[in-house]
Design a protein around this ligand. Structure first.
Ligand code: SF4
Length: 338
């Protein structure tokens, strides 16, 4: 597979009255063509800011401090705002958590689909209408010819999210970034939307970055996962590496807070106690220290590098140092359905 996106040493901060919040502190990762990558972590870990930095959609007080973003062979981190406008929507589509904030309530769904089609593909209104109907059909909207004339409020939450997905696909982007696309939906609709995304990815060979706080959501779609904490990537690997051979205590915490639907007996989920670090003054050492029961002296003094555990599986924890004490993974047995 060839490379679609390469991010190197991305750093983003936000100026506030209290000082600069260092939201992303040197993040590097890649995505291949046709691949789905999950970015997982709790609120404030930097996962959405990383994506907004790539799309150059930061709020006015946000600033890309450092880093390189290469997209499909072009160094888009050097692009002007005008060049980025053509990348957004044309080459990279986005799906947000709440479709109502992205859909305009005063225009019909059809108007909102047709306009970008006419603009980006330079086609007439009639052709754009037929294309839009086809896309609504593709994302599973029943009676698309009739529903294309309706307004967003006439759609249910799940159907609105399907419209949002249709909008992100409209210009056949090479990459779709989905930021918590199912968080606002109930569980059955969540499963339908995730199935839809998976089918579309397989059918259209579009690359996907799926941002979520829920490891369970990425399991079926993504082949690789980046776990983020405190503005950095603390573990990266294949979905199998993370689920079965996860080595970072934060990954263990996340895994132990995912319900296992295959377990017959109800199991108690274990929350991760404590609070994330204050990124106004990020810790010198490991950002997970204050919540980690394995914390050692070195953890307070030095940020651990990403230790290579196997090809593509890396973990930023001093426990992965060859001289560190051996600690057994506390991940509950039976994630595979025992
Ligand atoms: Fe815990 Fe230390 Fe590993 Fe950080 S580096 S996760 S504090 S053991």
């Amino acid at each position: 597979m060839s490379r679609l996106l390469e991010v190197k040493n991305l750093k983003t901060s936000f100026s506030t009255y209290a000082g600069d919040v260092q939201a992303v502190r040197g993040v590097s990762f890649h995505l291949d063509k046709g691949e789905a990558l999950g970015i997982v972590g709790e609120s404030g870990c930097g996962k959405s800011v990383t994506m907004m930095s790539i799309m150059r959609l930061l709020s006015d007080n946000g600033k890309l401090i450092d880093g390189e973003i290469n997209f499909d062979g072009n160094m888009i981190s050097n692009y002007s705002e005008r060049q980025m406008e053509s990348v957004r929507g044309n080459d990279i589509g986005m799906i947000f958590q709440d479709p109502m904030t992205s859909l305009n309530p005063v225009f019909t769904v059809g108007d909102q689909l047709i306009e970008p089609l006419m603009k980006h593909r330079k086609i007439g209104k009639k052709e754009a209408l037929e294309e839009a109907i086809k896309i609504l059909e593709l994302v599973g909207i029943p009676s698309p010819r009739k529903r294309i004339k309706q307004y967003p409020h006439e759609f249910s939450g799940g159907m609105r999210q399907r419209v949002m997905i249709a909008m992100s696909l409209i210009c056949e982007p090479k990459l779709i970034i989905a930021d918590e696309p199912t968080t606002a939906l109930d569980v059955t609709i969540q499963a339908q939307i995730l199935d839809l995304m998976k089918n579309l990815k397989d059918k259209l060979n579009t690359s996907i970055i799926l941002i979520t706080h829920d490891l369970g959501v990425v399991a079926d779609i993504c082949s690789r996962i980046n776990v983020m904490y405190g503005g950095i990537i603390v573990e990266t690997g294949t979905t199998r590496d993370i689920f079965y051979k996860g080595r970072h205590p934060y990954t263990w915490g996340l895994l132990n807070s995912v319900p296992n639907p295959k377990k017959k007996n109800k199991e108690k989920l274990q929350p991760i106690d404590g609070q994330p670090p204050d990124l106004l003054k990020p810790p010198v050492g490991c950002p997970f220290t204050s919540r980690c029961k394995y914390s050692m002296k070195v953890c307070l003094e030095k940020q651990p590098p990403l230790f290579e555990l196997s090809e593509g599986h890396r973990c930023a924890c001093w426990l992965c140092h060859p001289d560190a004490p051996q600690v057994d993974s506390p991940i509950r047995r039976g994630r595979d359905g025992e």
